[in-house]
Design a protein around this ligand. Sequence first.
Ligand code: AMP
Ligand code: ZN
Ligand code: ZN
Length: 427
Amino acid sequence: MRVSAKLPCLHDLPTVMSRFLHRCALLSFLLLSLAACAASPTRPAAPATPLLVVSIDGLRADALGRGDTPVLDRLARDGVHAEGMRPSYPVLTFPNHYTLATGLRPDHHGVVHNSMKDPQLGRFVVADAQAATVAGWWQAEPLWTTAERANLATAVWAWPGATAARDGILPRQRQAFDAKIPMHERIERVAGWVTAPQGPRPALVAMYFEMVDGAGHDHGPHAQQTRAAIREVDTAIGELLARLEQAGVVPNVVVVSDHGMADAPNLIAVEDMAAMEEAEVVSIGQVIGLAPREGHEATVRARLLGRRQRYECWEKPAIPARLHYGTHPRIPPIVCQMDEGWNALPRAMIERRDAAGVHNAGAHGYDPDLPSMRAVFLAHGPAFRKGTRLPVIDNVDVYPLLVRMLGLPLRQGDGDPATLAPVLASP
Ligand code: AMP
Ligand code: ZN
Ligand code: ZN
């Protein structure tokens, strides 16, 4: 609301004085009522301390403290820092981002791979922005939806799953994934969301950065280009926090990654694992999903199951219990896990890449217990105990902490609320 500078009560005209005095009284009453309205409990107050969750795709736990991450190192030193975070299986981007947002293993939230098939919904791949808007793929309610239901405003930048409306609910402010948006614009817009002078300020802000993962795949986890991407994201987070501080906002910050990154230059053709006439390949890369074709079940099983030179294959029910995977209908009957450093791709794709001179140097999707796959967890802000060090935690344990910080009811999930409860200043 704007109040005109030309208030009649400033005029000194006796003939109209009494009328203006009356108007002044009315105006004062209106202004007082507005002020009372703003303080009324019926209108959600702007949260003094928003929760900012930042995900840096593909950032290894051991990438911190090496001179590339002064901002993250300061947050970790003055806040909470886990030695590492074990991703959920499979160690891929979409399954793990949705685990962080729901507290459920991929086997339970339905995003069982970056590439999936569903008898009703068809095919899902990461690059298909349209498929990502279909709520049926995302089978558990994410944090931002629960927050919005409780009338907490949320703002989400490119977190996987946030473009799918559930019961018509989307994050109040949102930006779909778009790698072309320059970094300074991202920071500007997210800072604008958090410090908006009008409208509800978000209680939860979730922000996703993809460039460390991209550089890690193209050049390997330890390459100069990957280190430059890490520095770029670290600087951007520093700029965002500085912008918020200038506006008087000191958020509680949680920084995570979805998984690490391994040197992975080695390729085999998926056709050398199983004949295409005998099995349908549902997913490729590091976690290979195969569905034997009718009449070929025994041959495919005999050829694949067990330990092989570059990989290990299991029938769905025999996947090791520690991986918490194998009950969801979208998981194909046979799953093969590549050894660290190895990728299985269709022969035609390998040939196309060779011809174009494209060679992947890094990958994830390997055993979640490998040190190279360990993700980042750190937290900083008024809600957290300073100088808290933790051992390696499981990424399903993050969601209960976030739920508690937002004051939302905790539903039964796969995480343990006790793991991160001690990191809170008032546990
Ligand atoms: P991946 O390495 O296969 O697990 O996929 C992660 C990569 O996918 C990132 O490096 C991004 O470039 C890209 N990506 C991340 N989020 C999205 C999205 N919502 N839509 C399309 N591509 C995405
Ligand atoms: Zn990722
Ligand atoms: Zn990746």
